[in-house]
Design a protein around this ligand. Structure first.
Ligand SMILES: *Cc1c(COP(=O)(O)O)cnc(C)c1O
Length: 393
């Protein structure tokens, strides 16, 4: 067995050799030419990968996805603001907790586990309060606890109809699922480095629309905490985009080199080709799970994310499966959603592995082998053949 597990959890994930090489270089100072080039190019490339308008503002700060969530909420929400939360699982719940701590009046629209609330139910919730009284709508593009992907288009449209900002948590989606920020009219699309973006863990990333920045600037209550304040970081990001160094707090310089390498790699492939490869890999893995008789948590096919699968344990199998798969050298994740926690497991298939059928195959075979260890019949070769048929198509 290799000396380290193959990372098929929903982040951190395997990174490409090019990203790894960039990340392994001696760390530059924040004033060095190679850092300035990388940071400048990465900010411009973020707009391209996000599909964001030239007037939008990308931010990159050291931290995890939770920091990107908190930074967004802390800048936009003032005490007493009305926020609508489309709650699809674990990370929506976390956003709700943040919004309440910031003093927002939060209305939640939920769906049963594995489903998303209908756009009509979201529209009805917004219509129930006076026109113009909503500050923002928050939704999770891909819910990592269920493998459910929602359709951001209708939600962004409904938010706009009610004068509310539209904020999407893309931690398990950005660069892995279609999302064109400008065309959608979304106001913030936030993510972390270690999921669909395909980088090592350690940086929080987001792009804010002009409207979102204006909302921060128009804030009447106390400013957000110093490190979280977009206005603390704005001059620094603007300076680097103009090719000038600046300092607010030391940037994660090695991460910025990795970010630049990763975004360049995606854009050289082309966004459309990159997303198509991710989508195909997602469908291939779903075909393998179907062949193994594993039932997905998302209740309808169109809700299944391309970036990860959430799968119920078959009868007679429990969380021991995750350990058995791990013994075969492949790390997958246990359940996370509180309502079904002990009943399912999760497999990430995003980023670099999408271009490595051999690694996808190892994963399918490890899952099949784990099922056999627990007394189930499972045909790993047959499951891989089903996946390969999709990949080859
Ligand atoms: C992982 C994840 C987060 C939290 O990111 P961390 O980097 O673990 O802080 C937030 N939202 C979603 C959708 C996620 O998948």
């Amino acid at each position: 067995m290799p000396d380290r597990p193959l990372l098929m959890i929903p982040g951190p994930i395997e990174v490409s050799p090019r990203v790894l090489a960039a990340f392994s270089a001696p760390p530059p100072s924040h004033l060095e030419a190679r850092l300035m080039t990388a940071f400048r190019r990465a900010l411009g490339n973020m707009r391209r990968v996000w599909g964001a308008a030239p007037s939008s503002q990308p931010f990159v700060v050291a931290g995890s996805g939770t920091l990107a969530m908190e930074m967004t909420a802390a800048n936009l929400i003032e005490p007493g603001d009305r926020a609508l939360l489309v709650n699809t699982g674990f990370f929506s719940q976390r956003m709700g907790e943040m919004l309440r701590r910031l003093g927002a009046e939060v209305t939640e629209v939920r769906a049963p586990v594995g489903d998303t609330p209908s756009p009509e139910s979201v529209a009805a919730a917004l219509a129930a309060k006076p026109e113009g009284s909503w500050k923002a709508l928050f939704a999770t593009h891909v819910d990592t606890s269920t493998g459910v992907r929602l359709d951001p288009g209708p939600l962004a449209g409904i938010a706009a109809d009610h004068g509310a900002l539209a904020v999407f948590d893309g931690v398990c989606a950005t660069a892995g699922e279609p999302f064109d920020m400008a065309a959608l009219g979304a106001d913030v699309y936030l993510t972390a480095s270690q999921k669909a973006l395909g980088l090592p863990p350690g940086i929080a990333l987001l792009v804010a629309s002009e409207r979102a920045l204006a909302a921060r600037e128009a804030r009447r209550s106390a400013p957000p905490p110093y490190y979280l304040d977009w206005l603390s970081w704005l001059p620094v990001h603007r300076a680097y985009e103009e090719g000038k160094p600046a300092y607010f707090a030391t940037p994660a310089t090695s991460h910025l080199l990795a970010l630049d390498a990763g975004l360049e790699e995606i854009l050289e492939e082309g966004m459309a080709a990159h997303l198509a490869a991710q989508e195909r890999a997602g469908r291939a893995m779903q075909a393998a799970w179907e062949a193994l008789g594993l039932e997905p948590v998302p209740v309808r096919r169109e809700l299944r994310a391309s970036t990860l699968s959430a799968l119920y344990f078959p009868p007679g199998v429990d969380a021991a499966l995750v350990a058995r798969i791990g013994e075969r050298g492949v790390a997958v994740a246990g359940g996370l959603h509180p309502e079904i926690r002990g009943r399912y497991f999760r497999v990430g298939h995003m980023g670099y592995v999408v271009r490595r059928p051999d690694l996808l195959r190892r994963t399918v075979e490890a899952v099949a082998g784990g099922l056999q260890d627990l007394g189930r019949t499972a045909d790993g070769a047959g499951a891989w053949a089903a996946a390969e048929a999709v990949l080859g198509a």
